[in-house]
Design a binder for this molecule. Structure first.
Ligand code: NAD
Length: 499
């Protein structure tokens, strides 16, 4: 039997004397506290209020979740047809849509993202589930003509128990990129949300039970990365770990996963280029591209945080981009007109302000922003000004390291070859954009840039149907699309001797 869900925090309660709810993890279909009973506070960056308390899970809780997930994998779930898995995912998607407002309000208040963005993201979560609902019964093996007199075929089988570790910037959306293919392929999962943003993960685990997934198919363990996350990465009962987060954490996870040769997929950091050629529609670039780096307050692995611009249009691009930046509406995440809310935490804001200071010490020039908004209405939250830094060279730290905040640097180039060389001049290779009216130049440049995702004359190329992931130190493996689906399976070859 599944327990009743504990009360969820509701929008606005931080401003009242409403009691702070204590939530529980979902393991084996039950709501449970941490084995040692410890909890941690979840704080809204909008006003610093504690909005919930959540179990501080650790290794013992991960052990419990692995037992529950393995039991589910060996039980009823194992006998479900692929079609039934797809139908249940479709119901899950429907329930997510039914609860869109509730989930979006929670995500917005927990993370500080504008409510309009949070609504879009929860809709995207449902779309990802719908994609994998449709894909579930399209997973097929092959028949292979071998040279011996026999019949050879392959089966695509689930891995077993998989661990899904996600960051705080797009909490539920990045979880959905893992949950969708993992469950559609027949695995059972343990989801560990980031400690800043655990609320929607707990809620969707409840919705998964309501949709009809057997208990233990989707478990949520909350807790610190260093304990709960590390226990997932190292656990011998987990066959795959799928991780999104910082590159350094990804390296630790890879090392921990070596113990049982876990399959690993990693979506890591980025320092993506926005390459602007002189023949581009500069006005359109300047009007649209601020959102490619300031959206989600710059806390986006795909943020186009380096404008690499042809020198002949440098001044015009900087002027138009700066003008557009000043129009970006920073404000209360609950206001539907807000375009940029708060950072996830006051600590993260300090890190970003430090980077601006380092950039200035290195010789960068602040064109706009660079500090904390002065409006009294924004004094309580972790707000920061969208910032444009010019006179940057590629070797500066501000041009090399992921800031993970609303800061963009401008670097000029003279030739197409130099543009590609600069675009590739970081350890990362996740995303990027190219702006030009010359299609041949666009394709040459797209082929030259070492990154997993590139868009031409727009800000994004992320779609549920298309592969997403990094080159170089931005990661390994792909999310979304059938590429991700296959990564949650293993191939078995069967040969039948017919002689
Ligand atoms: P993070 O690496 O600090 O944490 C991510 C998750 O890993 C959290 O759940 C955390 O608790 C857990 N974790 C931390 N240490 C761990 C350990 N030793 N073992 C196992 N788990 C551990 O990252 P973050 O600060 O939450 O997120 C920001 C980072 O995520 C940025 O670098 C950003 O570029 C990256 N990111 C990448 C993508 C992508 O798809 N490539 C998408 C979003 C974010």
């Amino acid at each position: 039997m599944t327990a009743q869900p504990p009360a969820q925090p509701t929008a606005g309660s931080a401003n009242t004397a409403a009691p702070v709810p204590t939530l529980e993890m979902v393991i084996g279909g039950e709501h449970v506290p941490a084995a040692d009973g410890r909890v941690f506070d979840v704080v809204s960056p909008v006003n610093g209020a504690v909005i919930a308390r959540v179990p501080r899970g650790g290794a013992e809780d991960v052990d419990r979740a692995v037992v529950a997930a393995q039991r589910a994998f060996d039980g009823e779930w194992h006998s479900w047809s692929q079609t039934r898995r797809g139908q249940t995912l479709a119901r899950f998607a429907g329930l997510i849509r039914d609860h869109l407002e509730e989930l979006a309000a929670t995500e917005s208040r927990n993370m500080g993202k504008p409510i309009s963005s949070a609504r879009w993201e929860i809709g995207a979560v449902a779309s990802v589930m719908e994609y994998y609902a449709g894909a579930a019964n399209k997973l097929m093996g092959e028949t292979i003509p071998v040279s011996k007199p026999g019949f050879d075929f392959t089966l695509r089988e689930p891995i077993g128990v998989v661990g899904l570790i996600v960051p705080w910037n797009f909490p539920l959306m990045l979880a959905s990129w893992k949950m969708g293919p993992a469950l559609a392929a027949g695995n059972t999962a343990i989801l560990k949300p980031a400690s800043y943003t655990p609320l929607t993960a707990i809620r969707v685990a409840e919705l998964a039970l309501e949709a009809g997934f057997p208990p233990g198919v989707l478990n949520v363990v909350t807790g610190p990365g260093a304990t709960a996350g590390a226990a997932i990465a190292a656990h011998p009962g987990i066959g795959k770990v799928a991780f999104t987060g910082e590159t350094a954490t990804g390296q630790e996870i890879m090392r921990a996963a070596a113990g049982n040769i876990k399959k690993v997929s990693l979506e890591l950091g980025g320092k993506s280029p926005n390459v602007v050629f002189a023949d581009a529609d500069i006005e359109r670039f300047a009007a649209e591209s601020p959102y490619s780096v300031f959206d989600n307050c710059g806390q986006d692995c795909c943020a186009r945080s380096r404008i690499i611009v042809e020198r002949s249009v440098h001044d015009k691009v900087v002027e138009l981009f700066a003008t557009a930046t000043l129009k970006v509406k920073v404000g209360d995440p609950a206001d539907p007109a807000t375009e940029v809310g708060t950072m996830v935490s006051f600590r993260q804001r300090e890190t970003v302000l430090d980077y601006v200071r380092i950039g200035c010490e290195e010789g960068a020039h602040i064109v706009v922003g660079g500090g904390i908004p002065t409006e009294p209405a924004l004094a309580q939250g972790a707000y920061i000004q969208p910032t444009v830094l010019d006179r940057v060279t590629s070797r500066m730290r501000i041009a090399q390291e992921e800031v993970f905040g609303p800061v963009v640097v401008v670097i000029p180039f003279d030739t197409e070859e130099e543009a590609v060389r600069l675009a590739n001049d970081t350890p990362y290779g996740l995303s990027g954009s190219i702006w030009t009216r010359d299609i041949a130049k666009a394709i040459r440049t797209a082929k030259g840039i070492q990154s997993g995702v590139i868009s031409v004359n727009c800000n994004s190329s992320v779609h549920a149907e298309a592969p997403f992931g990094g080159y170089k130190m931005s990661g390994m493996g792909r999310e979304n699309s059938m590429h991700a689906f296959e990564s949650y399976t293993q191939v078995k070859n069967v040969y039948v001797d017919l002689s």
